[in-house]
Each structure stands twice: as C-alpha cells, then as structure tokens.
Design a protein. Structure first.
Length: 496
C-alpha cells in the first residue's frame, strides 16, 4: 500500500509542477542512455496520458486491485519515463524500480486488498519468512551502500560536499548559525556515515527497533527540510517499517479499534498461508539480490574515481555524495570549408540539460554526438584533444622516462639471454646448446620471456632425463641398480 501511495504522490507531483511539458516535451533533443536512443516521450497529450497511466497503476497497487497487472503496467511506464533522458537520473528512481520488480515477483495483495474483498484472490496472513527478508534487504541495501560510499577522503576528512551545502543554508532560522561553525560539516558527515552503516543493525534488533525507526524519521525529516531531494526521504520513512514484525499492521488496527471501548486489542486473524512459491519466484528474487550487489559495486571495476568520471554511477545508490559544476561550449567546424564557429549549448539543449552535461562525461559525449548530427563534426575539439596528448608526449621529462624504460628493457633482455646461457652450461655438457638457448631467448624475449625460459627448461630437462635413463640401463641388467642410480642422478640434477 505504501509503495502504491508513493507512486501516486510522485506522478501527481510530476503533473502538478508542469514537468511533463518542461522535461519531456520542451527539449528538442534528449540525452538518452547508451543503447536507448530509441526511447522518446509520447508526443503532445500522449506524454500526459503516459504519466497519468502510471499514476492510475500506482493507485491500483495501493488499493490491491489487479495488483500484479498494475505492477506490470507501472514498471513498463515508469522505466520508460526513466529512460527518456539520462540527465534526469535519480538514485531513488532506481530504488523504486527495484522495489517494483520485487513486488511484481512476490505474492503481494493477499491482505487488505480489493482482490481479496472481491474474491479474486484467496486471503493470506502468512508468507514464507524469506520473502519478508527479501523486502527488508531491498530497503537495507540503500543504507549500507550509501554508508560504504561515504568512506572516502572528502567525506571523512574535509566534510565535503556537506560543508558547501550547509554553508549555503546558513540563513535558516535556529539552525542556520550552527552551519557557519567550522566543524559542523565534519560532525554531520561522520554522523551520517555512522547512521547509514549501523541503522540496519538497530532496526533488526527488536529492543532497539522503535528507537531506530524514530531516528530514521528524524534523519529523513531533517534531510527533507534542508535539501531538495524529492520524495526520497518520504519513501524511506514509509517503507522502513518493513523491519517491524509482519503482524504490526493487524495489531495496530486492532489497537485503534479498541480505543475508547476499554477492550483488549483483538487477536491477529487466524493464520492462512499463501501457496508455496514456484521455483521461478525464488530464482527471480535471487537474481534481484545479485543485481543489488553487482550494480552498485561495479564502479570499482573502472579506473579512476566514480565521482569524477561517472563510470558505474547509474544504479550505484550513491545518495548525496557529489556536487559538481562546470561550463561547456561547442566549437563546430565545417569540414568542407574549414570554417569554425562557437555554438552555445543553450541553443541546442535546455538549461537544466546543460547544467548536467557540463559536469557529467557520459552526457557530454552524448551531447557531442547530437551536436555532430545537428551542427557539425566538432573537429576543432578533437584537434585540441590531439594537441594536448601530443604535447604530453613531447615533454622532456616524459621522453626521458620512456628512454629509461627502453634501456631497462634492453638490459633485461640481454640479462635473460645470459641467464639462459649460464643455466644451460650447468645442465648439459653439449657445448652448442647454451649458445642456442641464449639465441632463442633473444629471439623470443619480446613475445614472452617467462614462457620462453620455461619452454627451454622443459626441453633440456627432458633431454637430460632421457640421457640419464639410457645411461642407467647400461649399468645393469636386473633393473634394480639402474633404478637406484637413476634416482640419485635425478636428485643431483634437481639440486643443480
């Protein structure tokens, strides 16, 4: 029910603020995700109908009316809305998508729903425990991932970007003067880190759970009052009660009914269980669990800092960790005439799009590709990049470094050849083989020195074993002497 109400509130807010027109219809070009440039808003009134359908689906989810079908409609419509423009990405949109998938898979809508009241579904008050834990994990992963992401120098030592945000709100009544104190941002940063890393544990402990939820409410009310982060704080306050006992809604309703009648709260209704889930449900939930781990952590596979290059940022659940601004201009060159002109991005994109692409590399690349289609090939920009790279390699210090590295490789090359020569002298009496081995190392070093040396060792060891075996056979006829001599010679050979 809470999830459906969040969907309704989000879409109604979207319509009421005129964002359908300003964010979907007004832009001449959209900064789409890679591979999804075919996704576009429906033209004209169709865009409004699209958002309205998502709102109606959310209402159906909240009421429990054809719940699974409503969840399917919501997922298709909401994901389509997300894919229209990457500059509109928000972490809590990704969270809502994951929750929608989880609810679509699980047997929801079996209690307090129109489907049950109309007899469409059999009522149930008990579900397998792992389903409850799956829902808890989906909420808990947001706090844990956000806490891990805060383990960086800027957050722990400099108190940024929280310091900039609080300083900009020093005019707030009562708390404003506190934001001007030098250590406020650092204290608040550490408090946020401790909260994110420990709150799941406090919510799981029954004795601390009420106090932990009170802390959740206080924390998110504070962030909602200070920062413009949409419905995310309200979503977490409404969804976090999943950590309480699954029977709490029934008990709370029974307690409310008993107020004023001096009656003891009614017992929880008789236990009725849902039918055992099919294996595909368990597989789907397991796959979703993998997504919750792999997607937020995948930025560690990329070189550089995700806050700078944005690689692996989407779906990372890095909530309130980055503040970046920038400026951008396009230099468009006509390849036919060679003339160049500076193009203001505001002439091609909306101001809110320019603000995002100026600080996000992936959006800037998308914008360049769009500019190539509508106004040139940006050859001047590419030429500037080439000159910058060329200047780097022409630097005397860089050239000296390359020369030193080359000299080191040459010395290592001939050292490997000498090692092969000396090693073969110790392993064989043949006067030619040491020179042959050294020459082979010289020829094959560039391709793979390690494997070349190993190959030579295997060849000559095999030759020595064969020679020792033949010699041993010539020492005796009963095989016992030759076996003993062979073992001693092989041990001696190994030590050498």
């Amino acid at each position: 029910m809470a999830f459906g109400l969040l969907v309704v509130a989000s879409t109604v807010r979207f319509l009421a603020r005129g964002w359908v027109g300003s964010l979907y219809l007004a832009p001449e070009h959209h900064l789409t995700y890679p591979g999804f440039d075919w996704v576009a808003p429906l033209p004209g009134v169709g865009a409004y109908l699209h958002v309205a359908v998502v709102a109606i689906a959310g209402l159906a989810i909240a009421l429990g009316w054809h719940t699974r079908a409503a969840l399917g409609v919501f997922l298709v419509g909401f994901v389509w809305m997300e894919l229209i423009d990457a500059s509109l990405y928000l972490n809590h949109y990704w969270l809502i998508t994951l929750l929608g998938v989880l609810l679509f898979v699980l047997p929801v809508g079996r209690r307090w729903s129109l489907d049950v009241r109309c007899g469409r579904l059999a009522p149930a008050t008990v579900v397998p425990a792992w389903m409850v834990w799956a829902a808890r994990a989906q909420i808990g992963v947001v706090y844990v991932v956000a806490g891990i992401a805060k383990l960086n120098y800027d957050w722990l030592v400099r108190g940024e970007p929280l310091g900039m945000w609080l300083a900009a709100r020093s005019d707030r009544p009562v708390v404003g003067p506190l934001f001007e104190l030098p250590n406020t941002a650092l204290v608040a940063s550490w408090a946020g880190l401790i909260f994110d890393l420990t709150i799941v544990g406090w919510l799981l402990w029954r004795r601390s759970r009420p106090w932990a939820y009170a802390a959740v409410v206080l924390f998110h009310l504070s962030t909602a009052a200070l920062f413009q982060i949409g419905l995310f704080p309200w979503a977490m306050m409404l969804l976090t009660p999943v950590f309480f006992s699954p029977a709490w809604p029934e008990r709370t309703l029974a307690w409310i009914r008993s107020i004023g009648r001096f009656e003891a709260p009614a017992d929880v209704p008789p236990t009725t269980e849902v039918s055992p889930p099919r294996r595909r449900v368990q597989v789907a939930v397991a796959a979703l669990a993998i997504v919750n781990v792999v997607v937020p952590a995948r930025h560690y596979l990329y070189a550089g800092d995700v806050t700078e290059n944005e690689a692996g940022y989407y779906g990372s659940l890095r909530v309130m960790l980055t503040e970046k601004t920038g400026t951008v201009r396009f230099v468009v060159t006509d390849t036919a005439t060679g003339t160049s002109a500076t193009v203001d991005p505001d002439d091609v994109f909306e101001p809110w799009q320019v603000g995002q692409l100026a600080s996000r590399v992936d959006l800037l690349i998308t914008a360049v590709n769009i500019q190539m289609e509508v106004g040139g090939n940006l050859a001047q920009i590419l030429d500037t990049i080439g000159q910058t790279i060329g200047g780097f390699f022409e630097n005397p210090i860089v050239q000296a470094g390359f020369q030193a590295a080359f000299l080191y490789l040459v010395i290592l090359w001939f050292a490997a050849a000498y090692w092969a020569y000396r090693d073969m002298q110790l392993r064989t009496e043949n006067p030619v083989l040491p020179y042959f081995g050294a020459a082979l190392i010289v020829l094959l070093f560039v391709r793979n020195t390690k494997h070349s040396g190993a190959m030579l060792n295997r060849i000559f060891i095999a030759m020595e074993e064969l020679r020792v075996s033949v010699f041993a056979q010539e020492l005796g006829t009963n095989g016992k002497i030759s076996e003993k001599i062979l073992r001693e010679m092989m041990q001696s050979f190994t030590r050498s």
